[in-house]
Write a protein that binds this ligand. Sequence first.
Ligand SMILES: Cc1cc2nc3c(=O)[nH]c(=O)nc-3n(C[C@H](O)[C@H](O)[C@H](O)COP(=O)(O)OP(=O)(O)OC[C@H]3O[C@@H](n4cnc5c(N)ncnc54)[C@H](O)[C@@H]3O)c2cc1C
Length: 324
Amino acid sequence: MSTVVLSNPLRPALLAAARSQRAERGLTRMPVTKRIVDRFVAGESRDAALENVRELLRQNRFVTIDYLGEDTLDPAQAQHVVDEYLALIDALAQVPGRSESGCARPLEVSVKLSAFGQALPGDGHAVALNNARKVVEAAENAGVWVTFDAEDHTTTDSTLSIVRELRRDHPDTVGTVLQAYLRRTEDDCRAFAEEGARIRLCKGAYNEPETVAFRRKREVDASYLRCLRILMRGKGYPMVATHDPAMIEAAALLATAVPRGRDDFEFQMLYGIRPAEQDRLVRMGQHLRVYVPFGDQWYGYFVRRLAERPANLMFFLRSAAPGR
Ligand SMILES: Cc1cc2nc3c(=O)[nH]c(=O)nc-3n(C[C@H](O)[C@H](O)[C@H](O)COP(=O)(O)OP(=O)(O)OC[C@H]3O[C@@H](n4cnc5c(N)ncnc54)[C@H](O)[C@@H]3O)c2cc1C
């Protein structure tokens, strides 16, 4: 038994539940859940998500849109997800207010390669690469960025090799996520910063073993700061994805010290989380991008959000209590 000090003692159990089909069946049948889910998910349909996207653009925020779904083991489902991204990019090409601001593109899509078939037995890596290439080509033509999400550590090598392959032909369009809790990430930051890549740095949301990941909050935060320093001093475009006031302040101080102008990095937060802090950063003239998830496969994403913060879990349990 490890002596790991976690900020939320229920986190491992919740993250295990995020991957349990039985827990998913139970939770998605609860009548109250949908109302709570709406706080974190921008609608089940593309139209509902696009309405939220237009509103966020009106509020001078950038967006990155995620069609929810992950861990696909069915080629037809992977194709469905690719088709949905292609339709989404088509729709984004018509959205007003999408002109470039500095070097940043206000519109971005976020992709989980496990939803593109990465886990299919045999040729999953090749299927995911092929699917990702179609989406990246469409996005480049539409002036939309593509960032590949980071999933559990067993996928990291495959994901980063797909990102490097796609960056060869589309260096300005393709970026990726790196998770500060992984012990390898400092080295990955160094390599991608040297290549001048666009990197979203987050802490990491999966239940990883100590062999590959820091598990104490103090260690994860220290790793985040080391990685942030490397990215901010490097040649690429850092995307500071966190709600943590200490990390946000560190990024702002580093930007002044390096120096890095407002067009040379951005902050990112999840839809529905710390909206007042999102407002504050926009008012200060910083670029702020909101991660906008949509679709009916919200279960895994939603439970990871509950796992991040005991207050979210309490809010959910109180709403689900009998008599409400
Ligand atoms: C744009 C974006 C993209 C992401 N992409 C990925 C990805 O590809 N792969 C991946 O593994 N993870 C991803 N994440 C999730 C990330 O790894 C963390 O799990 C999540 O952001 C919480 O970490 P934190 O940096 O906000 O700090 P924490 O230390 O978790 O939280 C710091 C403070 O932020 C606030 N806060 C944090 N989370 C919440 C919440 N859920 N609700 C309300 N307040 C909260 C609280 O005030 C908390 O005290 C992404 C996060 C963002 C913002």
